[in-house]
Write a protein that binds this ligand. Structure first.
Ligand SMILES: [Zn+2]
Length: 137
């Protein structure tokens, strides 16, 4: 039987330990609370440090004029990612509709030919494969 009283590391109360040496708290709830308190403190400190460091880093970069090239590369990478993401998006119903209407277009304007004397524009007929003049009216 243990006669020596231990002092709880959480609430400071003297208590009679059930197991010698191993026990640091008077009860399971004190043990748990002590653990939780320690953990949350450690987390908040780490978070504070990160918040403190971040703005300093950026400020230092702009003040010194160092790493402008790196920042430019970063911007290009971000832009590339945005464009890539756009391309990788699954086709929406609207996209498919646009594609269909483009394919349905029968006459394509020929841009490197002059207008006919009466003002009709040159077109390529994708159905007959003929070159024709059409008059917008
Ligand atoms: Zn306690």
């Amino acid at each position: 039987m243990e006669n020596y009283l231990y002092r709880c590391l959480y609430c400071g109360k003297d208590y009679k330990p059930n197991r010698r040496k191993k026990q640091k708290f008077c009860s399971n709830s004190c043990r748990t609370r002590a653990f939780v308190t320690k953990n949350s403190t450690g987390l908040s400190i780490a978070k504070k440090d990160a918040e403190k460091k971040e703005p300093l880093k950026v400020e230092k970069m702009s003040l010194a004029g160092v790493g402008n090239a790196a920042v430019g590369t970063l911007a290009v990478n971000v832009l590339t990612n945005l464009l890539t993401n756009e391309e990788n998006k699954p086709a929406t119903k609207k996209d498919l509709k646009n594609l269909a209407s483009t394919l349905k277009q029968r006459y394509y304007p020929i841009l490197n030919m002059a207008l006919r004397q009466d003002g009709a524009k040159p077109y390529y007929d994708t159905v007959t494969n003929h070159f024709i003049y059409l008059k917008n009216s």
